[in-house]
Design a binder for this molecule. Sequence first.
Ligand code: SAM
Length: 335
Amino acid sequence: MHEHLEDKHGREVSYMRISVTDRCNLRCTYCAGEGLEFIPHPDILRYEEIMELMAMARNLGVRKIRFTGGEPFVRKGFADFMINAARRFTDMDLCVTTNATLIGPDVKRLAEAGIRRVNISLDTLNPEKFVTITGRDHFAAVRENIDRCLDAGMALKVNAVAMKGVNDDELGDFIEFARTHPVDFRFIEFMPVGTETGWEDGRVWTAAEILSEARAFAELVPVTKSGERRHGPARMFDIEGGRGRIGLISPYTDHFCSTCNRLRITSDGNLRTCLFSDRVYRLRPALRHPALGMAQVEKIIRLAGKNKPIGNELLRRMRASDHGVCKTRMASIGG
Ligand code: SAM
C-alpha cells in the first residue's frame, strides 16, 4: 500500500476531478463563450490512459472521482467508458458533472452500472433565458433528462451559477423547483476564472445575499449533520415541507480552502492543484514516455499534491492587484 497524499497544510487529497474533453455543445457566457479553440485530439488523454491514472490515484488514497469537461457526454464512448470504470473501480465513488443535454439515452444503463449520483448544471428555469445564457436551445432536453435521472433513482444535484442581472430574479422559481423535486438545488457564486466571461465583482450574487433573500420564499432549516460540510463545499438547507434541499457554495466570499481535498486533471493531462491558480503540472509527457510512465506520473502528483496552494490567498492577491485569478477558461479545467 502506498503512502496517502497529504499536502503541506495537512489536507488529505482524496478527490480527483478528471476532465475527459474540453469540447462542449453549449457556449455559456460565464464559462467559455463563442469562438473557442480546442485541444487537438492527439493531445487528449485516451480512455485507457485515464483508467491508468485512476488506478494510480486509488493507490494514493483517492476515493472519489468526478468526470467533467467540457461536456463529458460530447466525447464519443463516454457512457461506455464510465460504465467500464464503475465495473473496475468498485471501491471508488464515481460521479459526473454534465449539462444534461445528451445523457438521456444512457441514463438507464448508467444507473444499472451503479452510477447513482449526477451533478447537473442548470442556471435558469426559463427556456428563453436558457438560450441567452448557453447560446443553444436545449432547455426541453435538460428538463426531460432531469426527470429521467430521477425516475432511474439517481441522486441529483442541480447547480446554478448565481449571477446578478442574469438569474437573481428567479430565486422564487428555483426554490419552488427544489420544494417540489427531490434534488439538491445549489447556487455557486460566479467565480473569476477565465478572461472572456464578463466577470466583475458587482455581478457576483453572493451566498449571503441569496440566503437572506430566500427566506422570503421558504422556511429554510440548516442541515447540520456531522461531516456534511467537511468534504463538501456546500452549506445545505432543508425546505420546510419540501422534497428537495437548497445549497450554497461560496468559493468567492467564503472560501472552503481549509477542507479542500481535490486535484484536477485536464483532458490533455495537466494536473491543477487549485481552481484559482494557473500553475499546471504536465503529466502527459511522462505518461506517454516509454521509460518514465506511471512511476514518474506518481512522483509528479505527489510533489504537486504537497504544494497544493491555499486558493483564498491567490484570490486576495488578485483583489489587491486587480487582475484575474486564473486565465484559463473553466470549460478547459472542468469546474
Ligand atoms: N459541461 C459540464 C456541466 O455543464 O456541468 C461540466 C463542465 S462545467 C465547466 C462545470 C461547472 O463549472 C458547471 O456547473 C458550470 O456552471 C461551472 N462554471 C463554469 N464557469 C463558472 C464560473 N465562472 N463561476 C462559477 N461556476 C462556473
